[in-house]
Design a protein around this ligand. Structure first.
Ligand SMILES: NC(=O)c1ccc[n+]([C@@H]2O[C@H](COP(=O)([O-])OP(=O)(O)OC[C@H]3O[C@@H](n4cnc5c(N)ncnc54)[C@H](O)[C@@H]3O)[C@@H](O)[C@H]2O)c1
Ligand SMILES: O=C(O)C(=O)C[C@@H](O)[C@H](O)[C@H](O)COP(=O)(O)O
Ligand SMILES: [Zn+2]
Length: 358
């Protein structure tokens, strides 16, 4: 097992990474408060891992509740969030109840938001079970739900007590979901670490083939980079926005097609290709580097052509992006592989990228 620390100044929390961590009572014990623990999961993950997690928690002598939600991005909304609150209230869950998010990013984001708002804040632990959640969403405290008009529009910054990432659970992940997780690995490397990007290029087959050693490197390095960025700028006042590379286009794709049509990671993969195109068009990124982004994304079996929503629709959807200021859309672009910039762009170049990508 290795442990990466997220150091927020006032407080810090661990990200434990390794095989069979779901079975380690000693890792959960320091973070489980109160008399009740609620495991929040979904109908796909529950039959795979909930009983094991309950067996791990049993020696702690807590009352354990299972809250099982419908599966999928289309359910990351108010209605599903309310099901968590309804159940917590029905069970008389008090302020010391600990929530455990057992699942991918959808479960993690919703459980975190429920924890942030139930009785104005209760503790929660992230147990990410997808690659995407292990490399990205379980770390850093962005929690929330989607709105039909925009992705993750309602939410809170609220940090977990700990992240416990069991690498063995990735074996049951469908290939399409694995690829979606690789998209966020590519993103992390592209914005912050050229050597890591080169490593991803060389190991893209191994990652796609569930090679445990390669996945361990990807999870560890991605968490190290994310922990550092979040430690510098927890609430996205500045530098944290680089973690949004590919997301301005990607979120427009997700909302425009309807949530769940494309996976988040697929939309981000295509969004990175579009952002690299825009970076090259503006003379920031070399053509050779742009091609490396396209090739590694394609190598991960992610889409590189954008869905035909129409130029105006893309622009409309991107105007509600959380990074927009006074109606001006802000993009995360690349100066080179391993270095990102946050900037507005001339409309003509943006339209040229959209025309070339669709
Ligand atoms: N908070 C953040 O910083 C952050 C970062 C990135 C993404 N996100 C959010 O995360 C979400 C995407 O997360 P995701 O890609 O994990 O999707 P997801 O949560 O929908 O999980 C993907 C699928 O895999 C299934 N699954 C989960 N673990 C499994 C396992 N071990 N074996 C078999 N099946 C398993 C799930 O039931 C689901 O069908 C999006 O809503 C995105 O906005 C948040
Ligand atoms: O942690 C962050 O910061 C990120 O931007 C990580 C992204 O991968 C993630 O998809 C995040 O939820 C996007 O945040 P949003 O603020 O653009 O909704
Ligand atoms: Zn993302």
């Amino acid at each position: 097992m290795i442990t990466v620390t997220v150091d927020l100044g006032q407080r810090a929390y661990p990200i434990h990474i390794g095989p069979a961590l779901i079975d380690r009572t000693d890792l959960f014990e320091p973070h489980v408060r109160g008399k009740t623990v609620a495991i929040v999961t979904n109908e796909t993950v529950e039959p795979l891992y909930a009983a094991r997690l309950e067996a791990t928690l049993a020696p702690l002598g807590k009352t354990i509740i299972r809250i099982v939600l419908p599966d999928g991005e289309a359910h990351k909304n108010w209605e599903t969030l309310n099901r968590i609150f309804d159940r917590l209230l029905a069970e008389r869950a008090d302020r010391k109840t600990t929530l455990i998010a057992l699942g991918g990013g959808v479960i993690g984001d919703m459980t975190g938001f429920a924890a942030a708002s139930y009785m104005r804040g209760i503790p929660f632990i992230q147990v990410p079970t997808t690659l995407l959640a292990q490399v990205d969403s379980s770390v850093g405290g962005k929690t929330g739900i989607n709105h039909p008009l925009g992705k993750n529009m309602i939410g809170a910054f609220y940090q977990p007590q700990a992240v416990i990432a069991d690498s063995a659970v990735l074996r049951s992940l469908p290939p399409r979901e694995l690829a979606a997780g690789i998209a966020e690995v590519i993103k992390t490397a592209a914005i912050a670490d050229h050597a890591f990007f080169s490593w991803v290029e060389s190991n893209i087959e191994a990652l796609s083939n569930y090679d445990q050693a390669a996945l361990a490197v990807a999870v560890r390095r991605s968490c190290e980079v994310k922990a550092k960025v979040v430690g510098e700028d927890e609430r996205e006042g500045g530098i944290r926005a680089i973690l949004n590379f590919g997301h301005t286009f990607g979120h427009a794709i997700e909302a425009g097609l309807g949530y769940g049509e494309w996976l988040h990671g697929e939309a981000v993969g295509c969004g990175m290709v579009m952002a690299a195109d825009l970076s090259a068009r503006l003379g920031l990124l070399s053509e050779a580097s742009r091609e490396r982004i396209v090739n590694v994304t394609r190598g991960a079996k992610l889409p590189v052509r954008a869905p035909a929503l129409g130029e105006e629709r893309y622009i409309d959807l991107m105007r509600v992006d959380k990074k927009a200021e006074g109606g001006e859309i802000k993009f995360i672009l690349l100066k080179k592989i391993g270095e990102a910039v946050i900037t507005g762009v001339p409309e003509a170049e943006l339209r040229a990228t959209l025309a070339a990508s669709i």
